[in-house]
Design a protein around this ligand. Structure first.
Ligand SMILES: [Mg+2]
Length: 187
């Protein structure tokens, strides 16, 4: 199967990354538990809007962008490596600011992401996959609408919600089981 995999909020822990650096740079005490909505930085930080957040995020990763030093969620890379070994094709579908494109490729290489197909794009519906995993409500809605024959998985996070036509998944173990069950063995 072609597996369309989002990075931030699914494989890479974007929130732990920015919250820890925000606390360091601004002597704050935010917790990742505070993040319960999309674009949370505008409500939780001193930044007046997301443009200001992104201006800081451009270099807050020890001189690189916020995306470069992000940590993978536990078990995520291992699960994708298993899926690759099982014969599935891992397709990375990620939205990034222009300044983070090269950091994204460095991150994928550092963590030995088992993929030969990476799309950095806004509209994920442009790429056909048999199954998608994402954590953003706008992507889940668009994928369900545009790819009715595909499986769309919502990685359950406090900042997203269930969508008719998508399947809620809680962890990578569950995703692995779901893919094994859907796989015909001919992929
Ligand atoms: Mg995401």
């Amino acid at each position: 199967m072609r597996l369309g995999i989002d990075l931030d909020g699914v494989v890479a822990d974007f929130n732990q990354g920015w919250v820890s650096r925000y606390n360091r740079d601004f002597d704050a005490a935010l917790s990742t538990n505070d993040i319960v909505e999309w674009d949370a930085p505008t409500g939780l930080t001193h930044f007046g809007d997301m443009d200001q957040f992104w201006e800081w995020a451009r270099t807050c990763g020890e001189g690189k962008s916020i995306f470069r030093p992000l940590l993978p969620y536990p078990a995520a890379i291992e699960a994708l490596t298993e899926l690759d070994r099982a014969g599935h094709h891992i397709v990375i579908l990620t939205t990034k600011p222009d300044f983070a494109v090269h950091d994204t490729y460095e991150w994928l290489a550092e963590h030995r992401m088992p993929t030969t197909e990476v799309h950095i794009l806004d509209d994920k519906t442009e790429v056909d996959c048999d199954l998608y995993v994402d954590d953003a409500d706008h992507n889940l809605e668009a994928l369900v609408a545009s790819h009715p024959a595909s499986v769309v998985c919502r990685f359950v996070r406090p900042w997203n919600r269930s969508h008719p036509g998508s399947i809620d998944v809680e962890n990578w173990e569950e995703i692995g089981r779901l893919i094994a069950a859907r796989s015909t063995g001919s992929d």
